[in-house]
Design a protein around this ligand. Structure first.
Ligand SMILES: C[S@@+](CC[C@H](N)C(=O)[O-])C[C@H]1O[C@@H](n2cnc3c(N)ncnc32)[C@H](O)[C@@H]1O
Length: 438
């Protein structure tokens, strides 16, 4: 495998867009070929950038070339995007961006295409007006697939542009202080002593810290001692909204990689927590996180929609359902999601979410609470799901959440970028005390 950053970037983008691999799988693999941190960071920046601006990069190439490169030349087409992205969006000197990209073409067996690639990049350099997309179709102007754009336009008539623009931003690094080990104010003082800039902007999340700059978290104070975890602020609401306490029986039914599992246990270390996930491989991360933070849970690999296969017969006081979803709220962190998800995935996900919700509801004790969560902004996975569930379950009632908006009566929708958080959805359901559960 190559050690050239541009070659690796072109191959990664090809793997994601043409082969359907996720960037979180393709990128770390490619990064193992590089031995220094700046090169790894450069590779990430280029790959994220190409994912963020793919329609515009394609549109520019189609203006400058009679037809795109196809078949075995596809990686070279992606190399062109890599080159154009550098010219337009990075502070790499133009001559270096062009010569490095042409050099990379040779390694990608594009010897005969170096002239073409050089010519395209020089045209891009000379014609800044190529980047004027003000009259382009919205999907190109906003760099999102048409189907997703339509969904957002329908659901958010006044906010869809704000959502699409937030999806183009780089996400901040949020920490959650492990309150079972250290007081958040003491941890903040440790960051100050280490010369790390941060803020604590969210009054409703006192253990939440936003770093001014992204960095390797293993170098932050107390990493090995489990003083903190990395978790977006939106996700840090889950354990608090669920209102967990020591002694409760709690189910976290879709738990991997365990961010919310650990948060629940930090707040209620003596709760009896069952942490379930369908993917045994992903559960390895849950075990690692529990071990680093010094926490305990009963971890099970099983299907939340098939409780007869794993449930021991005792009802739960609290249930967290952080269900599999479109992840349309976390596009700024995973810019490839918009290209990997297809319109038809949504109805499959909605049906799965509905099954998990129906099945797990039966495991909740009368008087208990269930928190339904997604990192989606699509109403079909969120408010509409809850509206239908409430119609079908007379023993369920919706608990009003403090920040829920009147125009969205069936839960709290956080939009991406709101208070610099990821897009997230929460609905808290309580079961009537005299419900007849199995
Ligand atoms: C949004 S992620 C959960 C994130 C996790 N709660 C956290 O905070 O770290 C959804 C998880 O649901 C799991 N999953 C998907 N289908 C499932 C099912 N039928 N039963 C249990 N888990 C499932 C996936 O493997 C994935 O790990």
């Amino acid at each position: 495998m190559s050690r050239n950053v541009r070659v690796l970037a072109a191959r990664c983008c090809f793997d994601v867009i043409d082969q359907g691999m996720s960037l979180s799988e393709a990128l770390p693999k490619a990064q193992t070929q590089l031995d220094n941190a700046p090169d790894k960071a450069l590779l990430q920046e280029i790959c994220f950038g190409v994912m963020r601006y793919l329609p515009q990069l394609e549109a520019i190439c189609s203006q400058l070339m009679s037809k795109p490169l196809i078949k075995q030349l596809r990686p070279l087409q992606f190399l062109l995007y890599v080159g154009i992205y550098q010219l337009k969006f990075m502070r790499i000197p133009d001559h270096a961006a062009i010569s490095e990209t042409v050099e990379a073409a040779r390694e990608l067996k594009g010897q005969s295409l170096t002239k073409l690639i050089n010519a395209v990049l020089r045209n891009v350099q000379r014609q800044p007006q190529l980047f004027d997309f003000s009259a382009a179709p919205a999907a190109v102007q906003y760099n999102h697939p048409g189907w997703l754009l339509n969904h957002l336009q329908q659901a958010y008539t006044t906010q869809w542009q704000q959502i699409l623009e937030a999806n183009q931003q780089k996400a901040p690094l949020w920490l959650r202080v492990n309150v079972s080990k250290i007081n958040p104010t003491d941890y903040a003082a440790a960051l100050t002593r280490a010369g790390i800039e941060y803020s604590r902007p969210l009054a409703d999340l006192p253990a939440t810290i936003k770093l001014a700059q992204a960095q390797d978290v293993t170098g932050l104070p107390g990493y090995a001692d489990g003083w903190f975890s990395v978790q977006d602020a939106a996700a840090q609401h889950a354990a608090l909204l669920l209102d967990v306490n020591d002694g409760q029986r709690i189910l976290d039914a879709c738990c991997a990689p365990g961010g919310k599992t650990c948060h629940i246990l930090e707040l209620a270390p003596h709760a009896e927590l069952t942490a379930l996930d369908k993917e045994p491989k992903r559960l390895l991360r849950v075990h690692d996180n529990l071990a680093r933070l010094g926490l305990n849970a009963n971890v099970i690999a099983a299907d939340a929609a098939e409780p007869q296969q794993w449930w021991q017969g005792q009802l739960f006081d609290r249930i967290l359902l952080d269900v599999p979803c479109s992840a349309s709220g976390v596009i700024r962190r995973h810019p490839d999601i918009r290209w990997l998800r297809k319109k038809t995935d949504i109805e499959v996900l909605v049906a799965l979410q509905q099954r998990i919700l129906q099945q797990c509801w039966a495991l909740l004790a009368p008087g208990g609470k269930l928190l339904y969560a997604t990192c989606s902004v699509l109403p079909a996975e969120n408010g509409q799901q809850i509206e239908l569930f409430l119609q079908q379950h007379s023993d369920a009632s919706l608990v009003q959440l403090p920040k829920q908006r009147s125009e969205q009566p069936f839960g709290w929708q956080i939009l991406p970028g709101e208070q610099d958080m990821d897009g997230f959805f929460y609905a808290l359901l309580s079961k009537s005390a005299n419900s007849e559960t199995q």
